[in-house]
Design a protein around this ligand. Sequence first.
Ligand code: MG
Length: 280
Amino acid sequence: MEKWPIGVFTSVDAGLGVKLEVAHELGIPTIQLHAPHQETRTQANADRFLARLRELNITLTCVFGGFEGESYADIPTVSRTVGLVPRDTRAARTKEMKEIADFAKMLGCRCVALHLGFVPHDASDPLYAEVIAVARDICDHCQANGQALHLETGQETADGLLKFIQDVQRDNLFINFDPANMILYGTGEPIEALRKVGRYVRSIHCKDGKWAKNPGQEWGQEVPLGDGDVNMESYLRTLKEIGYEGPLTIEREIPQEPERQKAEIGHAVRLLTALKAKIG
Ligand code: MG
């Protein structure tokens, strides 16, 4: 694969992300995919989807897990509902995450990712050890599938995430770095964070955002790529610095406005193409 192929976050029938057709219309060569609904994760559907990707000349680079009942409404709601941290849903979601990894395997995809949820900042919190255990369990399942597990950034500081990854002690655990999430959740300046966690970064999102007035207490605002506080040129220069050469996967979450979403992704493709030419 060429260095820094453009990508986009897509979905089929569940989760956020644009339809595959949008990637095709915009000439985007790679995608990440939000896992489809449980009942559609069959070998027959995987084969159909792969045939469609071949037809469109698109490469699948990562499958993202996501679950019923997750809500990104505000930061406390994320903490209560997202990922494998909440206790009430953990067992069922852990099982489902393994099924998602198995579905990714049917798609020939060696990368699985997710928002793990809010890992407690205090390592002596009993919940911390529980989250370490569940992360190991998923990593080991992925390892048996020949897959790596990538943690989406945002809910932890760079230092918190580093400590967590080191404590999990699995060599197939990496990071999907999302610079906008660092701003949206108020967990740290993204460029500085990227330098810190760089050695674990194996996939990334190109997303932009603006800081909230009270970072960490309220959401920042997701905005079109280039309009926010990330600084895309500095982001790409830092990716180069850490030796990242994988896909530049655009993520733009405004599913309620598909036309605007497509236009903004088109704009993001042009911006990234120009920056690649300048920096690449
Ligand atoms: Mg993201």
